[in-house]
Design a protein. Structure first.
Length: 116
């Protein structure tokens, strides 16, 4: 968490970089089938306009270079949801689930999701 905070601080300024809107404990939010329900919640907005080449900034629609990230960190499990609500609305949602476990690396269905 320290490294993420340092990078955020170093990359932010003048309306660009990473904007941390919330960084607070959460409770009673069930994750992974109710196994975890408390931890740290963060809500960030990544302002990417200064990080892309100028020709992309000229072509990119308004709001398309702003990515929102919500994360519920209930170690050893973490759920991160990435969206672009200002441009793509509900058409783009990326959910990343991370589960840190000890032992063998050949466990089946660690995240307990329906396999298709």
């Amino acid at each position: 968490m320290y490294c993420v905070a340092e990078v955020s601080k170093n990359e932010t300024g003048g309306g660009e970089g990473i904007e941390v809107l919330k960084n607070e404990p959460f409770d009673n939010y069930p994750l992974l089938g109710g196994k975890y329900n408390s931890g740290q919640y963060t809500y960030k907005i990544y302002h990417l306009a200064s990080k892309v080449p100028a020709f992309i900034r000229l072509l990119a629609p308004k709001g398309s270079l702003e990515v929102h990230e919500e994360a519920w960190n209930a170690y050893p499990y973490c759920r991160t949801v990435i969206t672009n609500p200002n441009w793509m609305k509900e058409k783009m949602t990326i959910m990343i689930e991370t589960y840190s476990i000890d032992g063998d690396d050949d466990l089946e269905n660690v995240s307990e999701t329906d396999m298709v």
